[in-house]
Ligand binder design. Structure first.
Ligand code: PLP
Length: 424
């Protein structure tokens, strides 16, 4: 049934039917959680062989004793791993500690306070530097901006990436736009892969934007495919080279969802000018990253082939969980006007848009029925989803049976929230 076409009587009948279904769920005393975008214990165990892999040999290929201080930009073997992961030349890579979010924070802080290309380029030199945030997006990107006092301007995500007409219009209209967040592959949370045209338009932004404008290209899900023959993301590195905009994009990735989420290795890829600015900042923070961990990662994942075959093992664990989410959504909502979603073939999330004004009520109903969902609004800057529509579902941690159970509840909650709102 289409809610928009239902009569008041039909809505009332539906409401009582759904309330009965919901009350039956309440009686089950469920405790399920689909909030966490992190690997399951089974996924983490895929990398347990890293433990002890060095077997007492701590020397890198060039003789560096990885146990000691130094090597601010990482050992050569780890740069190779970064290159295999990000498909960028090793010369353009810096290897950090365990978290790409840290590198993104440090890079944005450098851009803001010190300038990536010298003091003149510091964003703080203007009153209100602004960063473009495609929405829905990754909440921790927003936290970085909020902490640094950088104003966020939103643009909608589409099925092919950020609405580039909106992005270009903002940049053309406002000289104080200094940056943009992007999760180009299996975007958090929509699961969208940016189209070739979108990537090329992003690579060309450096031609129209202020010279200190930087895209923060967070490729957190670069190799996190769920299917064979996955979509290919165009190379922003090659496209910025083609368009002479090398300084306008900094890329980030990590092994957090490849090996150990709390003990992986993170990478930044950028032009030599940008890397010089970042390394100057890093050099004031640390005498060097954890090179022992870098070496054991390089031993564990010695080639692109090894990396991709390791990722297939993750896919085997994740795919049935995504199937459970997507088939529940299809069964409940195909052909209805109750919600919309993308069908991701990689990454960690499924993003569901309810009818306007129904996301918070859905999350609340689900919580009361024992199913924890990410708070509505979390995928928008300042936690404010102006249309109150978006809900992020993260199925990696629960068992398949738990995902199925959570989706049964989710579906009823979406329907009930929608019908109650239509009646109100
Ligand atoms: N970027 C995105 C888009 C993410 O979804 C996440 C984690 O969920 C991260 C970065 C965190 O990466 P890291 O563990 O390397 O800090």
């Amino acid at each position: 049934m289409l809610l928009d076409q239902a009569t008041a009587e039909q809505l009332k009948a539906l409401e009582s039917e759904l309330t009965a279904e919901y009350n039956a769920i309440l009686g089950k005393n469920l405790s399920l959680d689909v909030t966490r975008g992190k690997p399951s214990a089974e996924q983490l165990s895929l990398s347990d062989a890293m433990d002890g892999i060095l077997d007492g040999s701590y020397k890198a290929g060039d003789g560096t004793d990885t146990r000691n201080y130094g090597g601010i930009d990482g050992i050569a073997e780890a740069k190779q791993l970064g290159s295999d992961l990000m498909e960028v030349p090793t010369a353009n890579i810096v290897v950090g500690g365990n978290s790409s979010l840290t590198l993104m924070h440090q890079t944005m802080m450098t851009a803001y306070h010190f300038g990536l290309t010298g003091a003149d380029s510091a964003w703080k030199n203007i009153d209100t530097p602004k960063v473009i945030c495609p929405v829905p997006g990754y909440d921790r990107h927003y936290t970085v901006c909020e902490q640094l006092g950088i104003e966020m301007v939103t643009v909608p995500m589409t099925a092919s990436g950020p609405d580039m007409d909106a992005v270009e219009a903002l940049i053309n209209a406002d000289e104080s736009i200094r940056g943009m967040w992007c999760v180009p592959k299996y975007s958090n949370p929509t699961g969208v892969v940016y189209s070739d045209e979108t990537v090329e338009r992003i690579a060309k932004l450096g031609q129209i934007a202020h010279k200190d404008f930087r895209v923060f290209w967070d490729n957190a899900y670069a190799v996190h495919d769920l299917i064979d023959n996955p979509p290919q993301l165009a190379s922003v590195f090659e496209l910025t080279t083609k368009h002479g905009t090398e300084n306008s994009v900094l890329q980030f990735a990590s092994t957090s969802k490849i090996t150990f989420a709390g003990a992986g290795v993170a990478f930044t890829a950028a032009s030599s000018e940008n890397l010089a600015g970042l390394k100057k900042f890093l050099g004031a923070c640390t005498i060097g990253p954890d090179k022992v961990n870098q070496l054991r990662h390089a031993k564990f994942l010695p080639s692109r082939e090894a990396l991709m075959s390791h990722m297939k093992k993750h896919a085997q664990l994740l795919q049935p969980r995504f199937d459970a989410v997507l088939s529940a959504l299809s069964k409940a909502f195909d052909g209805s006007d109750l919600g919309s979603w993308e069908t991701p073939v990689g990454g960690y999330f499924v993003s569901f848009d309810t009818r306007p004004g129904c996301a918070k009520a859905t999350v609340k109903l689900a919580a009361e029925a024992g199913v924890k969902l990410t708070p509505a609004g979390a995928t928008f800057p300042y936690g404010n989803d102006p249309e109150d529509r978006n809900i992020r579902i993260a199925p990696s941690v629960p068992s398949i049976e738990e995902v199925v159970g959570a989706m049964e509840v989710f579906v009823v909650c979406v329907k009930l929230a929608s019908v109650r709102q239509a009646l109100a």
